[in-house]
Every structure is written in C-alpha cells, then in structure tokens.
Design a protein around this ligand. Structure first.
Ligand code: ADP
Ligand code: MG
Length: 260
C-alpha cells in the first residue's frame, strides 16, 4: 500500500470512528507482507479486533452509567458457602431471559448473605449482554423520586428510571418508607410492570412489607405487580461478612468484650 493510499485509508477509518483499525492497520499489513498471514486474515483480524474493542467500550460505558457501589462477579460467588442459593437458577438468570421478558428477581434474606453481590453480578451479566442497567439503593431512589416530585419533575424522573432495561433496587426494608414515598414507589413499579425488568433485594419477608411501606394496601398493590412475573430467591444462612471476621478472630473477641 503506497503512503498516500495508507494515509487516505487511515483518514476514512478515523471518520468512521474505527479507531482500533487505525491503530492496527499498519502492523497487521506488515505481518502480511512478511508472508505469515494472508490478506484475508488481515481483514478478518482487523474487523474482529474493532468489533471486540467496540464491545468492551460499550460494556465499560454501561458499567459506569449503572452506578454500582462496587463490582462483584458471579464467578467470585462461593455457592458452597451459601447452599440455600440454587446455583442452577442463578446460572439460568445469568442468561438474561428475564430481562427480555420484563420480569423481576427478588433476593430475600438477612444481612451479609450475598443479596447485593448476586444482584450486582446478574446486572453485570446483563451489561455484557448489551442491556442498559441502573443500580440504586431503595433509599436513594426514594430521595430522588421525592425531590423530583416536589420540583414538578416526577414524570421526567420516572422516564429516566424507565430507560434502563434492568433496574436494580437494593436494600428495601432497611429504612421505613413514608406514605408519600410508598406512593412514588408504586408508580415506579406500575410503570415498569411487564415492560422493564427489576432486581430487588430486601432483608424483610413480604409479610413485613406492609410495615416497610407504612401501608398494607400500597404494599399489597406493589407486591401484586412485582410478583406476577418473578423469581423469588430466599437466602437462608450465615453472613459471609461475619464468617470472614470469625476467621480473622475478630468476632469472638468483640462478642466476648461486649458480653463482659
Ligand atoms: P447482603 O446484601 O445480603 O447484605 P452482600 O452481598 O453485601 O450481602 O455480601 C456481604 C459481603 O460478603 C460482600 O463483600 C460480598 O461480596 C461477600 N459475600 C457474601 N456472600 C458471598 C459468597 N457466598 N461468596 C463470596 N462472597 C460473598
Ligand atoms: Mg446488601
């Protein structure tokens, strides 16, 4: 390829935003000139590297936009430690069919059993599969909805939450929700019903949601919609955090001091 043709080709690739190809074109052509690769190999390799780079960039962008508190993977979840979590069901959920169908996944269980870890891991699988995801604690979500409501921007905010194909709402039940908050939550759930998937986590069983939402009627209406198309995973077992503390010998020591 003459220098002028090369320059022009690189300009075209830049204008098409095919930056990986810009970066790799000359190097790959050198390989071909050495006779190690055919030109067909060069083209196929160029296109493949560009496609992978674009995919990785998309994943990185969607991960940043999702606002996870931290990243956790399914691969780092120790299923042996938490036998009440059905690994087969989690693997099935990781295929993301529930997102395509606008269904919900609800993790219930006491603190430290891995609810948030599993929620984030599944959300990352969704991002890798190309879905837009948004993560929020229940508290943050309600603060944002209430603020938007007061400022007359509720519709806009609900739309914003609606744009994510998967909405993760973490820690329902840690902090009691006021009646006005429960109403806003109901609106959000109704809006997403059968359209947008959700993953929710809660330390409170559904029978306690009347208290959580400060009104059994709204709680029932919320649960009615949430549970219609859903997978509920009840995690029973020991806290992973405490196990780690126990291993480090911190927990007994502290517990003994508190007893004394
Ligand atoms: P929860 O949301 O149920 O309170 P988390 O998901 O926040 O619990 O888990 C607490 C900590 O323990 C996190 O750092 C999480 O990554 C870790 N953890 C919990 N369960 C497991 C597990 N089975 N395997 C590996 N790490 C775990
Ligand atoms: Mg949690």
């Amino acid at each position: 390829m003459s220098a002028a043709v090369m320059e022009q080709t690189l300009e075209h690739l830049k204008s098409l935003r095919l930056y990986k190809m810009v970066e790799r074109l000359e190097g790959l052509l050198d390989e071909a000139a050495k006779g190690e690769w055919s030109y067909a190999d060069v083209v196929s390799r160029l296109v493949e590297e560009q496609a992978l780079a674009r995919r990785d960039k998309g994943i990185a962008m969607r991960t940043a936009v999702a606002r996870f508190p931290y990243l956790k993977t399914l691969e780092s979840f120790d299923f042996k430690f938490q036998p009440s979590v059905d690994q087969k069901r989690i693997k099935e959920l990781a295929l993301c069919h529930f997102i395509e169908h606008g269904e919900n996944v609800i993790f219930l269980g006491p603190p430290g059993v891995g609810k948030t870890h599993l929620a984030i891991s599944l959300a990352i699988k969704a991002i890798q599969a190309g879905y837009r995801v948004l993560f929020s604690s229940a508290q943050n979500l309600l603060t944002n909805l209430s603020k938007a409501h007061q400022e007359g921007r509720l519709e806009e905010k609900l739309k914003q939450y609606g744009m994510a194909k998967l909405l993760v709402i973490d820690e329902i039940g840690y902090i009691p929700i006021e009646r006005s908050g429960a109403n806003l939550f109901f609106q959000l759930v109704s809006r997403r019903y059968e359209k947008g998937a959700m993953i929710l986590t809660s330390n409170q069983s559904f029978t306690k949601w009347g208290e959580v939402f400060g009104d059994p009627v709204i709680a029932t209406a919320i649960l009615d919609r949430l549970l219609h198309h859903s997978t509920v995973l009840n995690i029973k077992g020991e806290s992973y955090r405490l196990r780690e503390k126990k291993k480090a010998g911190f927990w007994e020591e502290k517990a003994e001091k508190e007893e004394a």
